[in-house]
Design a protein around this ligand. Structure first.
Ligand code: AOY
Length: 460
């Protein structure tokens, strides 16, 4: 913790280094806000700000060494005298390198409709109006954990609906397992995105997510996994010894859940002949549950066929809702091709074939952590007010080429009346601002626990 090799002064877009010279004379304060302007999901579940604050902003973010390094690098990159050395030295000397800004945000895990303010940033010292938007680049990156959290929460709602219709809703927490570490673009991204998924679920193979949840959210163990095969541990036995590879899995892990990827050669033969006949007794006598994992083909088709074959071999019962549930010694996990759309298709296909969603869990990698971008929920960080010569003025953009990009104006706050959220000017009403001060002049003001975040995300 608190290893901070990065120089905050360099965690910005090059052009921002020149912006301190561009605000009108007399400008003392810049007020900016962060919002989702709409997108695939009608609401947004905020997550990840505490990571960015603790990792990059809390405490002494500016040192003499940072300033000297930035001066040298920006000098070579942009040319001389653009870097605001005096401005940063002022922060170093006046505030001991702590950032004179106030950040207010909705509590992490909270869900609000898009087109509302999620976070505001404002400088607290009239000498540094340029500082607010210097932080845009880094703070905007909260789009990623927030989008993953939002999408994973929507996937949870989808699975929960299927469980309510066809089976047991209590099983929800382990129904969507994070397979996404390898498909992430860095360990840091995997940690953030994986932790965002764990706000909604408890199954993960992304170790970086557990470390992020522990180090930045104080959660000792946010997720769980089980022994499971990969193709190498099956194919290394050779095609002729596929059944031996599977038998070894059953004896190496004699109790509890064990997952075995079973499509190395022929998933249907594996279900019908190997699991269903050759190893039938071993599976039935084993003290636990075998989870068969198909991993190729058209997922809805393959999953239904696998359920039918395992049902024929091991038997099934009918639950109170009229859907088939496999013998408790066998279940299925589908971890190939899973995104929001495919999840919906598979759940529909298995219900249509008479199978309860209790029979299946899902794994998702790229579809969970990687198939998102800043436009999935149209995130933007925009200035909405400036204080010039002691007067606050509205600021907004409204391009003639796209009035959809018109931004809100004023010093904004978030309010709720009778369950309806809205974003209003601070001075327009006396309603409580739901954005809470989270960072002021280098100090973290609230430390959210992962349990609190999960509880908020679980609210409808
Ligand atoms: N893990 C449930 C536990 C995990 C995995 C990880 C990429 C698991 C597989 C499984 O059952 O099969 C990364 C692909 C799979």
């Amino acid at each position: 913790m608190n290893i901070r090799p990065e120089n905050l002064l360099l965690l910005t877009d090059s052009y921002k280094v020149s912006h301190w010279k561009q605000y009108p004379k007399g400008t003392t304060h810049v007020f900016s806000f962060f919002e989702s302007r709409g997108g695939r999901f009608p609401t947004t579940t905020f997550f990840g700000l505490q990571y960015f604050l603790k990792r990059y902003l809390v405490g002494q973010a500016v040192t003499k060494a940072n300033i000297e390094e930035a001066k040298e690098i920006f000098g070579k990159h942009l040319g001389p005298n653009l870097f605001n050395e005096a401005g940063w030295l002022y922060i170093l000397e006046r505030y001991n390198g702590k950032l004179p800004v106030i950040i207010k945000a909705i509590p992490e895990g909270m869900t609000i409709p898009t087109s509302n303010v999620l976070m505001t940033v404002e400088n607290t010292d009239p000498e540094v109006p340029w500082l607010t938007n210097y932080l845009e680049t880094l703070l905007s990156e909260v789009w990623y954990p927030t989008t993953v959290c939002t999408q994973s929460r929507a996937m949870r709602a989808l699975i929960l609906k299927a469980l309510e219709r066809t089976g047991d809703p209590n099983l929800i927490d382990f129904k969507l397992h994070d397979f996404g570490f390898r498909g992430s673009t860095s360990p840091e991204s995997a940690g953030l995105g994986g932790a965002a998924h764990l706000v909604n679920f408890k199954g993960t193979d992304t170790m970086a997510a557990l470390i992020a949840a522990r180090d930045y959210y104080g959660e000792e163990m946010a997720g769980f996994s089980i022994p499971a095969a990969e193709h190498s541990t099956i194919t290394s036995w050779g095609k002729a010894r596929e059944a031996d590879a599977y038998a070894n899995m059953l004896s190496a892990f004699p109790t509890g859940l064990v997952a075995v990827v079973s499509d190395s050669y022929d998933i249907y033969n594996a279900c019908e002949e190997i699991w269903g006949k050759q190893l039938w007794e071993k599976v039935m006598e084993r003290d636990g549950t075998l989870v068969v994992r198909p991993d190729s083909g058209h997922p809805p088709t393959v999953v239904v066929k696998v359920l039918n074959l395992l049902g024929e071999a091991f038997g099934f019962s009918e639950n109170a809702k009229g859907f088939k549930v496999l013998h408790p010694k066998v279940r299925v996990i589908q971890g190939d091709g899973i995104d929001y759309i495919m999840l919906e298709e598979i759940l529909e296909a298995i219900a249509k074939a008479g199978w309860s969603a209790d029979n299946i869990a899902f794994g998702s990698g790229g579809g969970l952590l990687q198939k998102v971008d800043r436009d999935t929920q149209k995130f933007a960080f925009k200035c909405s007010a400036v204080r010039v010569n002691a007067l606050w003025e509205d600021v907004m953009k409204d391009p003639v080429t796209d009035h959809g990009k018109k931004s809100k104006a004023g010093r904004l706050k978030l309010i709720e009346r009778n369950g309806v959220f809205s974003t209003v000017r601070e001075e327009d009403c006396k309603d409580e601002n739901l954005l809470v001060p989270i960072f002021r002049n280098g100090e973290l003001l609230v430390d959210h626990s992962f349990a609190d975040i999960r509880a908020r995300a679980a609210k409808t």
